[in-house]
Design a protein around this ligand. Structure first.
Ligand code: BGC
Length: 498
């Protein structure tokens, strides 16, 4: 079990050589200027802002399209559910595509290319003459979101240094949540065509600003473009540091490794251990039930007698935004593991309480309000206890934002060796989005099959498994360089803790 105390990585740091290493790094980091690094991060996170907007877009667009004056675009319930969920299928495909292009054409160009399916997708939606055109537009938006969700964490972790990598990596989730919130807020005033026009703006800025940002030094070194890597470091770290030193530190590690990933390497613990950790984190993020709960948030608020359901979505979005920002600020001091554990425990408790709410109110609801149309047939005791549902929802969202929202994406970008980063991250993204699709599509059936309280207790149990998995299998990556993390997996000869 990798832990702070037993980690060979930390052990090395405590040794004479380790102390020297650490102090050289500390001196280096104390002279770094972060301004351009923040600028590059800002350009990159316009991608997650766009993908958050795509996720949030369906919430205001679906009710409008259901009432559309144009019969060719009027969605029935089934079509509306596809309009919402087809994005996740596109994004799963984006994971495969992203895993390929990120290693072929580089991080920067892959990111810039994402702008195209965003803008083309929104354009097709705006120009749609049929429901199929709406689906195609959403599928393209999803594809862009999948590629973005893979490339941006990798780009940020490869340009950042260990002191701020956690904070900058968490900005990915922060911007996703901001994008979702922006779509909810703008959706209260803008008609769905204009909302799609608005959604096309961040990808255009992404394209424009990224053009002036550097490729990551690690990718450039992998391509044997040393002088360009030094130039990238000069831009990212400012003039006061010894760029040669960081460059040789990266090379010292990557130089020893094979350049390409072969099938035989799947037996190598340095490959399969991080791979299993990354994919399992993504699986657990989704089976926690976050998307099902967010999807049904409006219904939950309606049951709690909130008259304005879209205001409820804004409340959920703002809560997520606030606590994701808290996580971003704490993550480089507290570490990833502790936040994942605290987050998982909060989510497990709140999902269990949610289940209790359903259990108590179930007799008055027949099958449950949550599988009936929102607001239908509410009984007095349900109104009386609805604070419990709202409280559990708020706690669940808070817990997710503090750990299981941002950290799987961050860890995905940290733990894979350079040569496996594209393919392994592709598998993680594919797992995440496919699970997101299954959970949102099947949630309704689960509620019927397992009863609502059974479903929420199942979510609670999976959150407890998340905690167990974190304690046993997830290594702490706080404060370590990507090369140190790679060495850690390389050196660890223990049998896997799975
Ligand atoms: C998840 C998405 C989810 C979003 C909500 C992301 O980390 O991967 O599935 O919709 O968070 O904020």
């Amino acid at each position: 079990m990798p832990s702070e105390e037993s980690s060979p990585l930390l052990g090395a740091r405590h040794g004479a050589e380790g102390i020297l290493e650490a102090s050289a790094l500390d001196i280096y980091l104390s002279r770094v200027q972060n301004r351009n690094l923040y600028l590059a991060t800002f350009a990159a996170v316009l991608g997650p802002l766009s993908f958050g907007f795509v996720l949030g877009y369906s919430s205001p667009a679906i009710p409008a399209l259901k009432k559309s004056n144009n019969p060719d675009l009027r969605l029935d319930d089934n079509q509306a559910s596809w309009f919402g969920s087809i994005v996740t299928l596109g994004a799963a495909a984006g994971g495969i595509l992203g895993g390929y292009v990120v290693d072929k054409v580089g991080r920067k160009l892959s990111l810039m290319l994402c702008a195209l399916p965003y803008v083309i997708g929104f354009t097709i939606i705006i120009a749609a003459q049929s429901i199929w055109m709406l689906y195609v537009g959403r599928l393209l938006n999803g594809l862009a979101s999948g590629v973005t969700s893979l490339v941006v964490p990798i780009y940020i972790s490869e340009v950042a240094h260990s002191k701020v990598r956690g904070m900058l990596g968490s900005c990915v989730q922060l911007m996703v949540v901001m994008g979702i919130l922006a779509a909810y807020v703008a959706g209260t005033g803008l008609e769905w065509h204009w909302l799609a026009v608005l959604g096309s703006i961040p990808p255009c800025f992404l394209l424009g600003i990224m053009a002036f940002m550097p490729e990551t030094p690690r990718f450039l070194l992998h391509q044997n473009k040393r002088s360009e890597a030094i130039a990238a470091l000069q831009f990212l770290r400012g003039p006061l540091v010894d760029h040669e030193w960081e460059c040789s530190e990266i090379e010292a590690n990557t130089g020893e490794q094979p350049q390409k990933l072969g099938i035989a390497e799947l037996k190598n613990p340095a490959i399969y251990k991080p791979f299993l950790i990354g994919v399992t984190l993504m699986f657990f993020q989704q089976v926690s039930g976050i998307n099902a709960i967010m999807f049904y948030a409006e219904t939950i608020f309606e049951a709690a007698n909130f008259k304005n359901a879209s205001a409820a979505s804004v409340i959920v979005g703002s809560t997520q935004l606030f606590f994701t920002a808290v996580a971003a600020l704490c993550i480089d001091r507290m570490g990833r593991k502790i936040l994942l554990i605290v987050s998982g425990v909060i989510m497990a408790i709140s999902a269990a309480v949610f289940g209790i709410y359903f259990k108590i109110t179930a007799p008055s609801l027949g099958n449950s309000t949550f599988i009936n149309p929102p607001g239908a047939g509410l009984m007095e005791e349900e109104y009386n206890l609805s604070w419990l549902a709202v409280l559990s929802l708020g706690l669940f969202i808070t817990g997710f934002a503090l750990g299981w929202g941002p950290i799987p994406w961050l860890i995905m970008s940290e733990i894979f060796p350079l040569r496996a980063r594209g393919a392994a991250s592709g598998a993680c993204v594919l797992t995440n989005w496919l699970m997101a699709f299954l959970i949102t599509k099947e949630f309704h059936d689960f509620m019927i099959l397992l009863t609502p309280y059974g479903t929420f207790w199942l979510f609670s149990a999976t959150c407890l498994l998340n905690v167990l998995f974190t304690v046993l299998c997830v290594p702490e990556t706080k404060g370590k360089t990507l090369e140190e993390i790679e060495t850690y997996f390389q050196r660890s000869s223990q049998p896997p803790a799975f």
